[in-house]
Design a protein around this ligand. Structure first.
Ligand code: E4P
Length: 218
């Protein structure tokens, strides 16, 4: 399973990239707004740090302008994935950009029916938002399972399931059990994945016993 980091913070990306766990980045207009910096500059800077896909979202809502914006975003770097919303216009833009050889991430997917449409439009990635469904008392992971079953029925579908709005290690583990291709997580959730209290206490005990033994390795 691939891990994308869901942030536009250059500091966080630089820091967590050193773990070797970051396969790509997703941004959205809200995450970019938090930085207070120029969108185009941020995407260019992220692409200098990360080799994998970097999602950059269009701002237009009509297909023609989404396509124009998509071409501009894609011209920043070969690893830009243009993010378009799951609307009728978004899917027209997805098809046009995909046909032109650009990676496209269809975002704001909340149903299996929408995921099927994204696949038919040639999306590279479809992003079902599980946390936002959970917030409404619906079953986000159930949606991932449903989409995975459907896509598995059609070997010709190349669209990758990018689990979005994932907010906990449990979301990551359950998505992996289902077989999702990618999960995008905030920096805080990636850090949480490393931690277990028994690892901390176990290491402390080992280090203490090692010191008592008086030995060295180097
Ligand atoms: C992914 O592409 C989205 O930017 C993100 O996962 C949304 O997460 P949120 O629902 O926690 O804002």
């Amino acid at each position: 399973m691939k891990f994308f980091l869901d942030t536009a913070s250059i500091n966080e990306i630089t820091s967590l990239n050193k773990t070797g766990m970051v396969d790509g980045i997703t941004t959205n207009p809200s995450l970019v707004a938090k930085t207070g910096q120029s969108f185009l500059d941020i995407i260019a800077d992220i692409c200098k740090i990360i080799d994998g896909p970097v999602s950059a979202e269009v701002a237009a809502t009509d297909a023609n302008n989404m396509i124009k914006e998509g071409h501009k975003l894609a011209s920043i770097s070969d690893n830009v994935a243009v993010k378009v919303p799951l609307t009728a216009d978004g899917l027209i833009a997805c098809k046009a950009l995909s046909d032109a050889g650009t990676m496209v991430n269809v975002t704001l997917c909340f149903s299996a029916a929408q995921a099927i449409l994204a696949a038919k439009a040639g999306a590279t990635f479809v992003s079902p938002f599980i946390g936002r469904l959970d917030d409404l008392g619906q079953d986000g992971l159930g949606l991932i399972s449903e989409i995975h079953t459907i896509f598995s029925n059609y070997p010709e579908i190349n669209t990758q399931i990018l689990v979005a709005s994932a907010r906990s290690p449990r979301h990551v583990v359950e998505s992996a059990k289902i077989g999702a291709d990618i999960v995008t997580i905030p920096p805080s959730t990636l850090r949480q994945l490393f931690n277990h209290p028994l690892t901390d206490t176990g290491l402390k005990a080992f280090m203490s016993d090692w010191e008592i033994s008086g030995q060295t390795i180097l």
